[in-house]
Design a protein around this ligand. Sequence first.
Ligand code: F6P
Length: 546
Amino acid sequence: MSTRLPLAENPAGAPLRALAKRLADSNIQQLLADDPERAQRYSAEGAGLTLDYAKHWLDDESLSALLDLARAAGLESARGELLSGAPLNNTEARPALHTLLRATSAPAGCEDKFAEVEAVRQQMRQLVEALHNGERVSFAGKTFTDVVNIGIGGSDLGPRLVTDALQPWQGKIRAHYVANIDPADLEQTLASLDPSTTLLLICSKSFRTEETRVNGLSARQWLLDGGATPENVGDNCLAITTNLEAAAQFGIPAENCLPLWDWVGGRFSVWSAIGLSTAIAIGWDAFQDFLGGARAMDAHFAETPLAGNLPVLMSLLEVWYTNFHNAGNHVVLPYSHQLGLLPAFMQQLTMESNGKRVDCAGQALAENSAPVLWGESGTRGQHSFHQHLHQGTWLCPVDFILPLTADTSLQDQQHRLVAHCLAQSRALMIGRDLEQSLASLRERGVEEDRAMELAPHLVMSGNRPSSVLTMDKLTPETLGALLALYEHRTFCSGVLWGLNSFDQWGVELGKDIGAQVLAMMKGEGEAASDPATDRLLARWRAAEGG
Ligand code: F6P
């Protein structure tokens, strides 16, 4: 792997600092007015997606300086390394080959891995077809009506999102998702299901995750209580994991396991057998189309020069606002009810990947890394936090994501949705000055004195940046392209920051302490504690009546 250059050491960063000041003082509306071609020039397309980025604090000089930053960071060679399977995950000495999961041929040197991917794809396909045509039946000899995916993090968020987003492709077997260790999650999900027609997928790359193991055991017991025997309970259980040994210890034999590989990061794994619940729910053909959309985005990412490359441009915008304008957060607003789970998926993708404090060599970063990502589907967010977007004091760059059309008999509602999305992006840009605020109050018949008092409260500074990412329609293909786009954007930003996007050491300590606290709750041995934790434990004991 080539050496990474942290942002603070990137020589192309210096000119951007001066440009950032000038651009923050510029006016987006004016930039659009000054250049009749701007809206068209600040637009890029790939794999069925179009990014409109004219409403940003950008001009040709700053854009060109950002592209220089990317080149100086070695983004082009890093992209080649990612796609060819170089061991970019240096702390775990592995490649990050999620692109292989949707490929139709192997890059040189990855032929063996690709053969394994293809074998698992066939296994998945046969399974999906056998479930759909009733060849594979439950312990009770019945066809399956429901599948419950038990997993968390990357073993949950991706398949949950895709199944939800592609609900119109839903076939006869419904998928459900259980992630939380809170018993309410499992209990509420199983309450409406019949054990004799429900297939459990225990989905865990490591098969060591507490939540998944505990929920898996409880769900297995539910099958036994529902008529299965220890001998036939396996008919209703499959595991998806790299750890066949742990799955066997759990009681799922190798023939009921679909393998995964350590070179697939959990948050990049929806394309693998981790997506089995989705493939079962939407059918094999639609799942293939989903992979095909991602493959088209991979080709766009691989082949398009940086200046027209969607993941690169979106990453440069992320770095521009995070590091040169101190934004600290990034908002994702899908104007699509079906993409309502996208912000949750993207939180793991971006913050688990790039929420890091050291570079690839373990040196402390002198620049901020991943901003906090948050969001909600439009128009729900409008009646919740858009007040903050329009008048709050923090800079909140927004990605609006908009499927332009939808197959619905309620076309008027669909048109209103589109109108709201475009309006929100425009309102962030144009804002409302004092004069306009006064005029609006006068129009409403507010008395002059009162109008003068109220007007400052109506003022919106405007000039707030946003991108609009559109697709003709949300389909398996465009959804695949969308998720792959954000995967690659995440990788590009990691390269620009000089960090490893593919490990997650920061989650370990909490898991260890969780085990220690549980031991204290059970009175098993002494563990390091502190007065604040002790006090909370005492309150728990009291609430338990102990
Ligand atoms: O704790 C974080 C994490 O390791 C994520 O990276 C991962 O997606 C999730 O837990 C679930 O892990 P597994 O699939 O191994 O159960």
